[in-house]
Design a protein around this ligand. Structure first.
Ligand SMILES: [Mn+2]
Length: 395
């Protein structure tokens, strides 16, 4: 049955009688069903249903919002595990819980840097005293983990693993990209696997591992060094990401990978800065004392700059110079590569490949320091004065 009334007209009348359709039917002399067909069930106008429909929509929105927020939070947590800024460095609980007024409290630290994975050093080109390739690099890294564990037999103390950059040889130097035994992608994948295995073994012995990583200059993907996006454009970061992803659900392994490329952190109140060493403003003026001059100068400048930012530094930890030594406020790391053609050209004294191990004591700061030799120098046995260094084969 059709009606002469429009929907609007029907609604107007229905509203005036509080949506009593029988009353509308009586007043307009049309059937109840016609009204119902035109206007829908009367209860949808009563307000009650309208509110509950809105509620349903709201609830659905809220569910969606909660789900989105959960995803965002998980992303954010993963992101925090992947990349951090200096503001959100939080020492892992195990490190925090160590008492800082107990002078027996100490944390072991393994300082790794300058693997230059993929680089090839040919024995013949450097008078036979060193050799380096992927196979030798892997042996040396594994030896480093072995020696670290045997050097610190106490189990379950937790360990800080520093990764100071130049983990890959990279493509920026024309002669390296020509002579590397692996291209950058396989080098990254291979190194990440070797380091993941190393971290697993460290966790097995030390119980917990805090991994702190900064990139170096060799891994950069731009021809010229850059100031902006130093971390995000660097292949070292990719190795770090591979490793982090692998342990992302492992609560015993924590990561600190600041986007600034400088890792500022504290242990028992002692303040450390891990930085690769190519950005410490120490260039030039080497003279005859070798890298000690630029490192000393760079350490002073870096500490001054951080002091002015309100972040005093007790120790600068750096690699890059491939020359291991300790200053009152700095530790410069050795290298896995060891003596190479480049060092020969600079007439640098040959040294065995090495990396630092040290402990941070709650009362004394950096305390026990041991240089871990990961290989011997192939010395010329005929010459008594071939090398002034004693490689201390035991460690
Ligand atoms: Mn470097």
């Amino acid at each position: 049955m059709t009606t002469p009334y429009t929907k609007e007209q029907l609604l107007k009348v229905a509203k005036s009688v509080n949506y009593n359709y029988s009353e509308v039917a009586r007043q307009l002399n049309i059937s109840y069903t016609t009204i119902k067909r035109k206007l829908g069930p009367s209860k949808i106008y009563s307000g009650q249903v309208e509110i509950s429909l809105t509620d349903q929509l709201k609830e659905r929105d809220l569910h969606k919002e909660v789900r989105d927020l959960k995803i965002q939070l998980e992303d954010k947590n993963n992101f925090i595990k992947l990349f951090q800024s200096v503001e959100n460095f939080e020492p892992p609980e195990w490190l925090d819980q160590k008492s800082d007024d107990d002078d027996t409290s100490e944390v072991p630290v393994l300082f790794t840097s300058d693997f230059q994975w993929g680089e090839v050093v040919k024995e013949k080109e450097i008078d036979g005293i060193n050799e380096y390739n992927q196979q030798i690099a892997t042996q040396r890294y594994q030896r480093l983990i072995d020696k670290t564990i045997s050097l610190y037999p106490k189990k379950g103390t937790g360990l800080i693993l520093l990764r100071g950059g130049d983990s890959v040889s990279g493509e920026i130097h024309e002669e390296l990209s020509r002579t590397n035994d692996q291209q950058i992608v396989p080098a990254i994948v291979n190194l990440a696997e070797v380091e993941i295995e190393g971290i697993r073994r460290l966790k097995q012995h030390f119980g917990r591992v805090m991994v702190i990583s900064v990139p170096g200059n060799h891994g950069r993907s731009t021809i010229k060094p850059i100031a902006k996006g130093y971390v995000a454009t660097n292949y070292d970061t990719l190795v770090t990401m591979f490793i982090t992803q692998r342990f992302i659900k492992d609560e015993w392994i924590s990561f600190y990978t600041p986007v600034s490329g400088d890792a500022y952190f504290t242990v028992f109140g002692y303040k450390f800065l891990l930085t690769h060493g190519d950005r410490i403003g120490g260039k030039g003026g080497q003279g005859f004392i070798g890298p000690i001059a630029p490192i000393s100068k760079g350490v002073v400048k870096t500490r001054q700059q951080y002091l002015q930012m309100g972040r005093p530094i007790d120790y600068v930890l750096l690699g890059h110079y491939h020359t291991p030594f300790i200053l009152p406020n700095a530790i410069a790391n050795g290298t896995l590569v060891g003596f190479n053609e480049y060092a020969k050209g600079l007439r640098i004294e040959p040294q065995p490949p090495s990396q630092w191990f040290f402990t941070v004591n709650s009362r004394y700061g950096v305390n026990l320091t041991r240089l871990i030799y990961v290989d011997k120098l192939k010395r010329n046995e005929d010459s008594e004065n071939f090398c002034s260094w004693n490689p201390q084969d035991s460690i």
